[in-house]
Write a protein that binds this ligand. Sequence first.
Ligand code: COA
Ligand code: AMP
Length: 647
Amino acid sequence: MLIRRCWLAIYILVIVMGSYKEIYQLALDKPEEFWAEAAEDLVWQKRWDKVLDETNSPFNNWFSGGKINTCYNALDRHVDEGNSRRLALIYDSPLTNVKQKITYLELRDRVASFSGVLRKYGVEYGDRVLIYMPMIPETVISMLACARIGAIHSVVFGGFASNELAKRIDDAKPKVIISASCGIEPGRIVEYKPLLDNAIRVSNSKPNHCIIFQRDMHEAELNNKRDIDWHDAHDKVTAADCVEVEATDPLYILYTSGTTGIPKGVVRPTAGHLVSLKWSMKSIYDVDPGDVYWAASDVGWVVGHSYIVYAPLFHGCTSILYEGKPVGTPDAGAFWRVISEHQVNCMFTAPTAIRAIKKEDPHAQLIKKYNLDCLRSQFLAGERCDPDTLEWTEKILNVPVIDHWWQTETGWPIASNCLGIEQMDIKPGSPTCAVPGWKIDVLDESSKPVQAGEIGAISLKLPLPPGSLPTLWQNDERFVDSYLATYPGYYETGDAGIIDEDGYLHVLSRTDDIINVAGHRLSTGGMEQVLAEHRDVAECAVLGVNDQLKGQIPLGLIVLKDGTNTEHSEIIEDVIKMVRAEIGPVAAFKMATVVKRLPKTRSGKILRGIIQKIADSVDYEMPATIDDPEILKEIKESLQKIGYAKE
Ligand code: COA
Ligand code: AMP
């Protein structure tokens, strides 16, 4: 007891007075004590037995033996602490002209009631529920309702088509699917129901029920046996209370692109998620309970899970749920309107969104219409932030603009300028340094840290801090193969970069076949699988080429089967349609070209990296293993015809 008190006193002193370096060192030297203290900020039903449990390493668990409920800490706790009337959620939808303000009490009651609905339709502790929904409050309610009764949710982004949805249904095997009649994109209604029906038709696993939220702009046809209208489902329902959940139970599964067409089911552990996200709100974002926090992303992505839904609610903030775009809804002043109207204190978006605004309003004329005194900081993530974008944002907003780096697997930032600890110098092009809890090393091929300034594989020393994935859904082997096998003792992030002389990280590129399109992570392997299905395609390669707005966009190179007579333009049109139909519009696959052959190594591996460099007119070294260097000239000529590979 005495030791704990002494430690607590030191901890509080360092946390309150400490510099970034001191707090970082504390978390590195005493991770268990550090995270145990952070865990005191949550309400537990039973305290943990062990802070870091490595008995089943490398599948590590934080807070094992503890019992806690995510929904209780997001909602009920704030009601119980006297904050019933505080706004939990502001729904602002320029796409439908609807705004709603929902207090913590109202959200708690709506969630409790929907938990009752899930129970009524047979969902119990540990069951999976798939959520395929647009950016509406009912999506947040569905997620929290699952958490309330210990069911595991899996949200699928609305921009994915049936096939992608089916892959997720087959892996997660949900008992119930929650969806809506439609999503809204500028100028078009995306009917979800036909996409959902088709996904269920092609999947092997079938849900018992689908609960469909009918939106005013489009009514979906319901299938009598399986589908239930959201409102009807509430008939004679008893609100459900929060159940006790094991600290190590999965809260959710979120699928993300791997290098193959099969997505990876990232598992989020309940307690680690609560502790890390709650801690991040003050330490990284420097926000306090009652502040208004806005992550302009989509709940279908990890940013939406962590920073639209969970973290702001754990911290007692008001979160904005924005169903709109940075431009066109109605103009490039949309973000500034939302900030000023809802008095946003801290905002988070992707650099692409800022580039889209800058393209339409380069002199930021529209910002002058709004008073943005409320805004204290602007965070950016999801893709590399080019210095121009960061500097332009700083200039127009006149607040710290913080680039920070993380990924679906980690669930919260790995590298950031931690505003709540100590604001460090901002270096455009760098997400600053490792956040306390993470140990970042840049490694060479023999797993040794490289010298400062040298490029290598950005890797995270094990064990990973709370909140990060303990494994992939029912696939320990893929978890080990994908992340732990290459660099012993490390988690491989898949990103390459450098740590400079000042200890700042620079994330430069991916080391695998994943591309980042408008902040969305996509698998080129998945697109290649679709292209290869075309009857005239003999082989193909998809790679990401530089794009001024979206960072990268996919480009397909196809080699045709001998004797194909079909017009090239027709084949290209076909494959573009196929990717849209099978993966979804979010793939943004709009460009392909026919080439005679693809460059390969002597062992037959397609040299995608080299093709990408040729397309982007970047210098490259001729690989010693290439089978025929002449092919590169042909490729260059083909790319020049479509506006790439400029001299
Ligand atoms: N449901 C259905 N379709 C969707 C969708 C959804 N939820 N989200 C996007 N799409 C569609 C779009 O309508 C578009 O279709 P189109 O080919 O018919 O035009 C396609 O998917 C590509 O969408 P997007 O990448 O969003 O491009 P865009 O050209 O419509 O908009 C930006 C460009 C920059 C405005 C947009 O990409 C953006 O807001 N980016 C920010 C990204 C972000 O927040 N990322 C989260 C990580 S932090
Ligand atoms: P996702 O899992 O979809 O969030 O994508 C994670 C990937 O996006 C990372 O592994 C990086 O490749 C990229 N990424 C995210 N944030 C940044 C950033 N701030 N700088 C550079 N790359 C980033």
